[in-house]
Design a protein around this ligand. Structure first.
Ligand SMILES: Cc1cc2nc3c(=O)[nH]c(=O)nc-3n(C[C@H](O)[C@H](O)[C@H](O)COP(=O)(O)O)c2cc1C
Length: 272
């Protein structure tokens, strides 16, 4: 049963924890009582931790795993919009990689950020498969090439698009996984269609966080589409039972750096 721990010496009874709770499970404090989870509503807590995150005096802790919590002073992590804009606009898909492997420690640091991606109801259904071995990445790219070949003559809408990728593969050039040394794949419960969106958001967090560690990424479109239906690839991924591939990214150290920000279409927006 979820509960909150409140330090009576620090709690100012400001009521923010109660007001901010999206599931409305925390009773307001008064002069004689501390804020507390209503017993009959405790099951509705989504463990988002907003009560803890918004407590201005650091008095409240959501009692979940008993792990360390990070206390940050106000203003920590505030990025000037100009800097954030340049950082995000500078991110480019990386299609040429160095052979140097990315250490597991570094990948874990990116994943530690990605696990903070929002998810519906804070359900956190996304899990990760990291393919560290470049040989295994090649094997998965080969299976994706086999999937492309299987589309030929079927009238599949991607048939025309994939033929140059097959031709390149046959000539020994991997335009499918772009010769990347590693892959990261998100997977979700097969019976939860909403979780696919959570996976894309989590992968976007990975995609955006990676460059600050010097890691380049590229969305693995062909492999991800093939992994939704091509049985040999599904088997090779060997995801845990009941889970399906949501989407994947190639990653590694970029061979080339991007210095300039290219143009994009003007934003199209309707204001009402
Ligand atoms: C869902 C998705 C799938 C993609 N699949 C591939 C892919 O299979 N191979 C590839 O080289 N690039 C792939 N890309 C990268 C896009 O081509 C790229 O994002 C786009 O050209 C814009 O370039 P930028 O990411 O450098 O801004 C994919 C991107 C997205 C968002």
């Amino acid at each position: 049963m979820v509960s909150i721990i409140v330090d009576p010496d620090l709690c100012t009874r400001c009521g923010i924890c109660s007001k901010i709770c999206p599931a409305m499970v925390i009773g307001l404090a008064d002069e004689n009582t501390l804020p507390a989870v209503w017993e009959d509503r405790a099951g509705m807590c989504i463990t988002c931790g907003h009560c803890e995150a918004a407590c201005p005096s650091g008095a409240l802790r959501l009692n979940l795993h008993g792990g360390e919590r990070e206390i940050r002073s106000p203003g920590t992590g505030v990025i000037p919009p100009g800097e954030l804009g340049i950082y995000m606009k500078k991110r480019r898909s990386v299609r040429h990689y160095k052979k140097k492997p990315v250490s597991r420690d570094l990948v874990e640091r990116v994943l530690d950020i990605a696990r903070y991606a929002p998810s519906g109801g804070n359900a956190q259904p996304v899990q990760w498969l990291v393919v560290q071995d470049p040989e295994e990445v090649r094997k998965l790219a080969a299976l994706t090439a086999d999937w492309m070949k299987s589309l030929m003559g079927t009238g599949h809408p991607m048939e025309g698009y994939v033929s140059p990728f097959i031709a390149a593969w046959e000539k020994g050039s991997d335009q499918i996984c772009r010769g990347a040394p590693h892959l990261v794949i998100t997977h979700v419960p097969a019976d939860n269609p909403g979780a696919m969106t959570d996976a894309i958001i989590a992968l976007t967090y990975f995609d955006l966080a990676a460059p600050s560690f010097g890691i380049g990424t590229c969305w693995a479109g062909f492999l991800s589409i093939a992994a939704s239906s091509y049985e040999p690839l599904v088997q090779a991924l060997a995801l845990p039972p009941g889970r399906k591939c949501a989407y994947g990214l190639m990653f590694g150290y970029p061979q080339y750096q991007f210095h300039n920000i290219p143009e994009r279409n003007p934003v199209q927006v309707t204001w009402r």
